[in-house]
Design a binder for this molecule. Sequence first.
Ligand code: SF4
Length: 333
Amino acid sequence: MASLGQPAFRAKQLEDWVFRRPATSFSQMTNLPAALRQKLQDSFNLESLTPIKEAASRDGDARKVLFRLHDGKSIESVLLSYDDRLSVCVSTQVGCAIGCPFCATGQQAFERNLSVAEIADQVLYFARRLSEGQNLTNVVFMGMGEPLANYDATLQAVGVLNSERGFGLGARHMTISTSGLAPQIVRLGKEPLQVGLAVSLHAAEDSLRDELAPINKRYPLKELISACKQYMAAGGRRITFEYTLFDGVNDSLAQARQLAHLLKGLGALVNVIPANPGGSPKFKAPSPEKVAAFMAELERLAVRATLRARRGADIVAGCGQLRSREIASARRS
Ligand code: SF4
């Protein structure tokens, strides 16, 4: 505002429009002078993302948007409704270098990191389009990409979303997911922001985890668990471990016992998630009976575990699936 010759209070007015009011264009910012609105319109983009495809699940609980970025690349984000929460799942990279074999994004080449604006704008896009009386309650960094491989931009986006002058969402309402970048987990533990951490485990022994989360070859379980302990010791924070269940791959009772043994003493919560449909046939969800048996074994071994419902399965809610279809149809045409 200073560079535009404007008084400082205009910056506050603009912040208010950008982060807290549902303006989708500068022309809607009616408390700014018309000449200033025009100047802003000529020099800036209010939104860095262009929606190119939208899909809503049949039950209406999940809404996924495929966005085009300024350089023609695309990413996905999902709005998820629960009884008491409205959560946005955001991407942090275009493609992903980790290459988990069950994940559609992992099959796409890594292209680039997202900027702070591109990450935060995914949240603001949905926030600006909510119905009257609705509010976003949570942000999860669990979309395309490995958030801790784009550490600085992800943490800055958390800062913008958390700041009172920004979006004003409590850090405890945000969760960063990682496939297991041990050094960055230790670094995150030293950050002043109390953001949640979810570690995607999927296997409790190295040879299987080497396959399911290939980052394990670089940071095997011993190193990962040690990093998690340091993270928790640094700030007294809890970690959620994500365990996606694949039929005949990691769903046996012996594997439930391995998981209980690995997490012993951590006081961690395990989110068990039956695999999303639409991925590789090698990675299908187990039958409900097998899922129930796995959960019962964890309970018997006193592991705190919750079974997470699959949401938006009919709109290809698995990370990167909508983008994969878009890439495939672009190649065909
Ligand atoms: S699951 Fe996450 S870390 Fe693994 S390939 Fe997909 S986006 Fe990357």
